[in-house]
Write a protein that binds this ligand. Structure first.
Ligand SMILES: NC(=O)c1ccc[n+]([C@@H]2O[C@H](COP(=O)([O-])OP(=O)(O)OC[C@H]3O[C@@H](n4cnc5c(N)ncnc54)[C@H](OP(=O)(O)O)[C@@H]3O)[C@@H](O)[C@H]2O)c1
Length: 258
């Protein structure tokens, strides 16, 4: 029987690349995001390569959308869940529209929490499976103009690390991963309406590379994945600096000009 993966945010960017690479690895897929037309087109494309794909249009900022995807997970008991749906906002926290900040917490935090809970129990019970939480290097940093993004991705890292500890304590082979990319070419910055020119060209990662690194690391059982050595150096530095130096460095982040 072919393994099954559920990928959130599959209508674009990293999610669509996860779907394509997982199909090449022999997975069937549940694809979810808000844009049904995009999901259906991707399901048709992947179906030609032999994958059985179910498209589930759902808004993960709404309870009803989160529960609809949780129901599919509870029914179909996937081998892999990729919590990937996400977006960025710009502007200082106190000036930004509260609805956008609230929506971000619902998509990054509440949807990840609920869908992981729906998927993990059956995985532990049968002694196999994996969950990839698509976080960000921003989860290790804080930057002006990017408050909720850094905070929610930081939550994702803490949530993932604690689940890894629970799996180890149980001696469960279920694999949990936090994928923490740096700047990656997707639709993310178009949706956010932020120019890519503010970031040096050499720092941009290719989505295929990022997803490949994640899946190869999942094979090895590596829980924290930071694609590209420059971002690994950044995280090593930022997490070791004394607070005074860390704050000085972070105030120079590209997002501080958002
Ligand atoms: N690109 C980067 O530089 C970068 C760096 C680090 C981490 N990340 C993370 O990577 C993940 C994927 O982002 P991406 O770069 O691939 O961006 P993207 O190309 O804009 O794709 C974002 C995906 O999330 C879905 N999504 C957004 N809001 C949603 C909602 N309310 N309900 C359901 N689905 C929703 C979108 O689908 P619909 O619009 O159809 O709903 C889309 O499929 C995000 O978690 C992001 O934080 C990105």
């Amino acid at each position: 029987m072919r393994p099954l993966a559920v990928v959130t945010g599959a209508s674009a960017g990293l999610g669509a690349v996860f779907a394509r690479q997982l199909t090449a690895r022999g997975y069937d897929l549940v694809l979810t995001a808000r844009r049904a037309d995009r999901l259906n087109a991707l399901a048709t494309e992947l179906g030609r390569n032999g994958a059985a794909c179910q498209a589930v249009a759902a808004d993960l900022s709404e309870d009803s959308g989160i529960e609809a995807v949780a129901d599919v997970i509870q029914t179909r008991r996937p081998d892999l869940l990729v919590n990937n749906a996400g977006f960025g906002t710009k502007g200082r926290f106190h000036e930004a529209d509260f609805a956008g900040q609230h929506t971000m917490h619902r998509v990054h935090v509440m949807a990840t929490l609920r869908l992981t809970h729906a998927a993990l129990g059956p995985m532990v019970e049968r002694g196999s499976g994996g969950i990839i939480n698509v976080s960000s290097v921003a989860g290790f940093a804080r930057s002006p103009g990017n408050v909720s993004y850094c905070a929610t991705k930081s939550w994702m890292n803490a949530f993932t690390e604690a689940l890894v500890l629970e799996m180890r304590a149980l001696q469960s082979p279920v694999r949990i991963q936090a994928l923490c990319p740096g700047f990656t070419y997707t639709e993310f910055h178009d949706v956010m309406q932020v120019s890519r020119d503010r970031v040096p060209r050499t720092l941009w990662l290719d989505a295929d590379f990022v997803v490949g690194e994640s899946l190869r690391a999942l094979d090895r059982g590596q829980w924290l994945v930071i694609p590209d050595w420059r971002y690994r150096w950044f995280v090593a530095l930022i997490t070791r600096l004394p607070a005074r130096l860390r704050l000085a460095m972070q105030s120079r982040s590209p997002h501080s000009r958002a």
